[in-house]
Design a protein. Structure first.
Length: 442
């Protein structure tokens, strides 16, 4: 059953929809006040610009690798191919899957916790009730993913339409209010370009980059994308461009109605925005739409991440049960159930702010920096690529430097936790390899 191939059924529209729904989610709605508070000035928009710039640069790395190796699992295959299937790539790809089993549920849990937090605008929740809501979201997502990929593609497009429609409503409300240009006119008020500003950009970018994450989700579904050498890069750049425009205009729209000094302290800033413009009923509707967007993000993220342990297990590099495909739906059900179960536990244990920092700290070294360095090595060995980034290798060096800065900005505790996960992964890998060697016939 592990050898059963997956079908290429997802086109450019569906791939872009899956990326964009993963990228938006609850992120921009809950991080908007966090970013303003960190920057503490009208120039907070620069943090969103920095997040988009890093995403675009990093997408060049993903595009080269995704177009060259369009298989389920994304970075698992990239690390294996760039570092060598029999050399360092073997442990690098294992470590990526190992940390995915922790950081992917953190991503899913972050959206579920954000959903629960925002739900309390409609119905005040006790701490226990809030945990029940976040856990229910994870369970519902697992239920929806138990179906064939073509049905999931249709669901993704529907959810994408909801995401775009919600954000356009928010943006349109700010434009209709008549003060839309004011935040741009005062963008540089009080701005001094110094070390403090650069540091603030770094800390704020932890939140904005979190809100852009997901532009590469299509790479995890590489084995199910039609014409991958064209659609994988295109879907990523289309996603980043579209989301950047939406994020910037949404932020401008919100602070054109609610001054940034007030917005930075609001838990439900978009709901408050709609309440100011159109009254409490409109605010309730907007909140419901935001919750649907958050739900869509969890759906898309879980879909992409579930293919990573499946791909590694099917390749013989991870634990065998994860290679099993559903006998009727042809989807990796063990992987979906396992990630869902861990995400369910995380959604009950952690707070949103800590989860956001942990997500980035845990994945930067192995995934983002690791595969960027790997691409530099691969370019020395392989000259033919379906997609080649412009100005190579400059974008790769920029991506590595910016990811290193983001890692430092997460704080030493999060960096230490990420290193601890990597250390435990090395121990597990060593034990796994030792057992495999003993089982080999002499």
């Amino acid at each position: 059953m592990a050898e059963q191939a997956q079908d290429r059924r997802l086109g450019l529209l569906q791939a872009t929809a899956i990326n964009m729904t993963d990228m938006v989610g609850i992120g921009p709605f809950i991080t908007l006040p966090m970013v303003i508070a960190t920057m503490n000035g009208p120039y907070f928009l620069y943090a969103w610009l920095a997040g988009a710039f890093l995403s675009c640069i990093d997408a060049m790395v993903w595009s080269e690798l995704g177009a060259a190796f369009p298989r389920a699992g994304g970075s698992y295959n990239f690390l294996k191919e760039t570092y060598g299937t029999r050399g360092p790539g073997k442990i690098m790809s294992f470590l990526f899957v190992w940390q995915t089993m922790i950081q992917a549920p953190l991503v899913i849990a972050s959206a579920a916790i954000g959903f629960s937090d925002y739900f309390s605008y409609l119905v005040p929740l006790s701490p226990l009730a809030a945990k029940a809501v976040s856990g229910t979201v994870v369970a519902a997502i697992v239920f929806l993913l138990f179906r064939r990929i073509e049905a999931i593609g249709k669901i993704s497009v529907f959810l994408w339409v909801v995401v775009i429609g919600t954000m356009l409503w928010i943006i349109g409300g700010g434009i209709a209010h008549g003060n839309f240009i004011a935040p741009i006119q005062h963008l540089n008020d009080g701005l001094t370009f110094n070390f403090a500003f650069v540091s603030a950009i770094g800390f704020a970018s932890v939140k904005t980059v979190y809100s852009y994450l997901g532009y590469y989700n299509v790479c995890h579904l590489g084995g199910e994308i039609t014409n991958p050498s064209r659609n994988i890069p295109r879907s990523m750049f289309l996603s980043i461009a579209g989301i950047f425009v939406l994020y910037m205009t949404m932020n401008i729209s919100v602070v054109s109605v609610i001054p940034w000094q007030e917005a930075k302290d609001s838990r439900f800033v978009v709901s408050l925005f709609m309440e100011r413009l159109l009254g409490p009923n409109a605010a309730n509707i907007a909140t419901c739409l935001i919750l649907l967007v958050a739900f869509a993000s969890v759906f898309s993220a879980t879909l992409g991440y579930s293919r990573i342990p499946y791909a590694a297990a099917a390749d013989g590099a991870f634990f065998k049960p994860f290679a099993r495909l559903h006998p009727r739906g042809n989807f990796p059900y063990v992987s979906i159930l396992s990630l869902g179960a861990v995400a369910f536990v995380f959604s009950l244990l952690f707070k949103l702010h800590d989860v956001i920092s942990a997500i980035l700290a845990m994945r930067i070294l192995i995934q983002f920096i690791g595969q960027a360095i790997g691409l530099l090595w691969l370019r020395e060995k392989r000259k033919s690529f379906p997609y080649k980034m412009p100005f190579f290798p400059i974008p790769v060096y920029i991506a590595i430097a910016m990811w290193a800065g983001i890692l430092i900005s997460t704080g030493y505790k999060m960096v230490l936790s990420g290193l601890t996960v990597i250390g435990l992964g090395i121990v597990v890998y060593s034990i796994k390899e030792a057992i495999a060697r003993r089982q080999q016939p002499s």
